[in-house]
Ligand binder design. Structure first.
Ligand code: CTP
Length: 397
């Protein structure tokens, strides 16, 4: 995503916006206008984006052919200008190419969105309204502005859209024509915790990274996503609904309540297989623990969803330490899922609690290998094939 920052007090909020967009799985490159650099230094954006920052001068180019504006315009899947000043909106509406950001906006075929931020009189001025109407008619998405206190001491319409809401809007905008637009995806993620007494519980090493990465990838394909999660060690972006639970039973309840409105169910949680038969109200003394602890199986949520009527399209994960593919295939059949994603765990660097993963996707009559990659990258590749399988199943039904 290419983020254009123009001159306005709200420019300081855009550093946080870069962070949130990266959390949501975007790669972000920042281009600043001359005005923007009066409010925030390029170094701030370099640090938060992890990339060099481009300034206003179109004639200073990093690339050998001197055409940064064309390379960046082609590189971007989306261009977001936030904050968009009155001056930049005017330049954009006139199709000016007098600095790098304006030239990129003119040269790109990607979707362009702008989040205006200015004094309320400047926003409501006839000239600005005309410019905004022209941009809208050309397909530029205008996000905001919001009403509220302004830096100039006034109250009214002109504040830049609040960062969390902006991320939500951007995610929706750019997923609107995705392969899963309008579909509802329900994902379980993270471990569950099964209490033994007020201080002890049974759990596992799952961090929830893979489940949340799948949720972000599904949202990027345009889906309306809900994550039902046990205690996570990663954050769920604000545009994804999150139902926090603790035990397998609570997870099952939360899933069961939403099944009627789910198109695709993805079981990425590492659900504890057993729970204590009864939970002690007082701490059990160490000496009594061995005798007192009777374990009973938890509900197999994946298998239960596969038996539900009506039943969504169902994807399971099979985390294995050996015979990965044959065990994955066995689980596909035994649980009755449509797709099973078998992945190795117990090796350094991949699987549980790691940043990387690799997988073999299995379905009836097919398979596909996914080599080791970062979980967010792998999740995108997996979601794209899941979406293909889902549409193939719908078409053959
Ligand atoms: N799963 C679930 N509910 C459970 C246990 C597992 O929904 N109580 C789901 C997981 O989210 C995963 C899939 O089932 O998508 C496979 O989990 P796994 O633990 O590998 O399966 P088990 O049935 O527990 O098999 P194993 O005999 O290997 O423990």
């Amino acid at each position: 995503m290419l983020l254009g920052v123009t001159g306005g007090i709200a420019a300081y909020k855009s550093a946080e916006l870069v962070r949130r967009l990266r959390d949501a799985g975007a790669q972000v490159r920042v281009v600043m206008t001359a005005g923007a650099t009066k409010f925030v230094t390029p170094l701030t954006f370099q640090a938060v984006s992890g990339h060099r920052v481009y300034g206003p001068d179109i004639f200073i180019s990093e690339s050998d052919d001197g055409m940064d504006h064309i390379h960046l315009a082609r590189w971007a899947d989306a261009v977001v200008v936030a904050p968009a000043s009155a001056n930049f909106i005017a330049r954009l509406s006139m199709g000016m190419a007098d600095d790098l950001l304006a030239s990129i906006c003119l040269a790109t075929t990607a979707t362009v969105a702008a989040a205006p931020a200015m004094n309320k009189e400047m926003w409501s001025a006839a000239a600005t309204m005309d410019n905004v109407a022209k941009l809208r008619a050309r397909g530029v998405h205008i996000v905001g502005p919001d009403a509220g206190d302004q830096a100039c001491g006034e109250q009214g319409l002109g504040r830049m859209r609040e960062v969390n809401r902006l991320v939500e809007d951007i995610a929706r905008l750019f997923g609107a024509d995705g392969a899963l637009a309008g579909k509802r995806v329900l994902i379980t993620a993270g471990p569950t915790r099964e209490p033994i007494d007020p201080v002890r519980f049974i759990s596992n090493r799952s961090s929830g990274k893979m489940g949340v990465a799948m949720a972000i990838a599904a949202a990027a394909e345009g889906a309306d996503v809900t994550v039902v999660s046990g205690p996570l060690r990663v954050t769920v972006p604000p545009y994804i609904a999150n139902v926090a639970v603790e035990t397998a039973e609570q997870m099952w309840q939360a899933v069961a309540e939403r099944l009627g409105e789910t198109d695709i169910f993805i079981a990425a949680a590492a659900v504890a297989d057993f729970r204590a038969d009864s939970v002690a109200t007082d701490k059990v003394a160490k000496a009594d623990l061995g005798g007192a602890l009777k374990l009973v199986p938890t509900t197999d949520i994946l298998a239960a969803v596969c038996k539900a009527k009506p039943r969504p399209f169902v994807i399971g994960f099979a985390a294995e330490t050996r015979d990965i593919e044959s065990r994955g295939k066995e689980k596909l059949d035994r649980k009755g899922a449509d797709v099973m994603i078998a992945n190795p765990v117990g090796q350094a660097g991949t699987g549980f609690d790691a940043d990387d993963n690799q997988a073999t996707m299995l379905w009836h009559g097919g398979r596909k290998e996914f080599p080791r990659a970062r979980k967010d990258e792998l999740a995108k590749q997996l979601m794209s094939v899941i979406s293909e399988r889902y549409h193939a199943a719908k078409n053959s039904a």
